[in-house]
Design a protein around this ligand. Structure first.
Ligand code: PMP
Length: 390
């Protein structure tokens, strides 16, 4: 009998899956000296001290056991109050909220709770790299809708409608967007909501960057029309609260769907880490000022990087949210991978090629401006030199 190779043991879904394109650049950059990274999608701020302290104290008090599967009741209550205060939507903390291991886990269990084999899930691209693989892991079929650079990557309702088939079950949409930084107005969101309601679909609304909205008040799609009834709201503490390493997120939605998600969560995760939940509780109770301070700082850096990129010949629109600029590199004649690789090797600046976020990201690179203004200044000086050398 011929023995299987180790590769043969992998499932077909995993065999087909490509490793994240972002990793390759980090690996390359980590082998070089003096690299400025505009690559990572995480705040340069350390988590505010009062949050760290609250987590320490929870350990000192001996709160080291599991919490309820859905998360600490007090934290769920805070989350629910936060959603009400910020977006005007009210969720019952007992039945409609789960504290998760990052927004990442919320995306995974949301999809696994609703997708049957062969169901289509529309993924609006360019987008966070986990959506399509998570749909596939749930047994679904991701269907891409490509927003366009000439629309500043704003999803057009007719584009969405064209992608809907009888097999479509859900749409995953992120606003403000990673990697484009695009933030839609309430009216634009309403026209998307209208299509989702018309076709009786579920929306997975990734609102992890909602607090980082610069030119208008943060908006949740759940607050539009009757969307709360058909939306799984995904968010977390990583971005606005500078807590990426704490791995804490949450999901809010209709109780029947949350109940289904909780089944998966209780068997696979049990509960999110207890000490991180105590930190998050403190962040929500007493962290407003820190969040405003960080948002203000991102707002200033946003103007700096966008102006600088335009000055060196990389056409860049002003993104309305998140902490990414997504300039076009089309004028260089290079592909986004070629541009990112050459820039890294020539000048030691790491950016992420746009194609890793979906085909419509080609021709652009993602520059995270969640880094100090001094580093940003040095990065754009080097990028300017690189542009002249082409
Ligand atoms: N959604 C988006 C759009 C993201 O950019 C990220 C992180 N890069 C996540 C979700 C995952 O966040 P978390 O750290 O909460 O898992």
């Amino acid at each position: 009998m011929e023995l299987k190779t180790k590769q043969d043991y992998l499932s077909d879904t995993v065999k087909k899956m490509k490793p994240s394109g972002i990793r390759r650049f980090f690996d390359l950059a980590s082998q070089m000296d003096n690299v400025i990274s505009l690559g990572v999608g995480e705040p340069d701020f350390v988590t505010p001290w009062h949050v760290i302290e609250a987590s320490f104290h929870s350990l000192e008090k001996g709160y080291t056991a599991y919490t309820a599967n859905a998360g600490l009741p007090a934290l769920r209550e805070e989350i629910s109050g936060y959603l009400e205060n910020n977006f005007g939507v009210s969720y019952n903390p007992e039945e409609e909220v789960i504290v998760t291991v990052g927004a990442s886990q919320a995306i995974d269990i949301a999809l696994r709770a609703i997708v049957n084999p062969g169901d289509e899930v529309i993924v609006v691209e360019p987008c966070f790299v986990s959506y399509a693989p998570s749909v596939e892991l749930a047994g679904g079929v991701p269907v891409s809708v490509h927003t366009k650079s000439e629309d500043n990557f704003k999803l057009q309702p007719e584009q969405l409608e064209r992608a809907i088939t009888p097999k479509t079950k859900a749409v995953i949409f992120c606003n403000p967007n990673n990697p484009t930084g695009t933030a839609l107005t309430k009216q634009e969101l309403a026209s998307i909501a209208e299509i989702i309601e018309k076709h009786d679909l579920i929306l997975l609304s990734d609102e992890i960057y909602a607090e980082l909205t610069f030119d208008q008040k943060p908006i949740s799609l759940t607050s539009i029309s009757e969307m709360k009834e058909r939306t799984i709201l995904i968010s977390g503490f990583s971005k606005a609260f500078a807590m990426t390493g704490w791995r804490l997120g949450y999901v809010a939605g209709p109780k029947e769907i949350i109940k289904g998600m909780l089944k998966i969560h209780q068997y696979t995760i049990m509960c999110a880490p207890t000490m991180a939940q105590y930190g998050a509780l403190e962040a929500l109770q007493n962290g407003r000022e820190n969040v405003s301070h960080m948002v203000q700082s991102y707002r200033q850096r946003r103007h700096f990087i966008v102006d600088s990129l335009n000055e060196i010949g990389l056409d860049c629109y002003l993104p309305g949210g998140a902490f990414y600029a997504f300039p076009s590199i089309k004028s260089t004649g290079l592909t986004s991978e070629e541009f990112a690789e050459k820039l890294l090797l020539a000048e030691g600046v790491a950016v992420v090629p746009g194609n890793v976020f979906g085909d419509s990201g080609e021709g652009h690179v993602r520059c995270s401006y969640a880094t100090s203004i001094e580093q940003l200044q040095e990065a754009v000086t080097r990028m300017g030199r690189f542009m002249k050398s082409l």
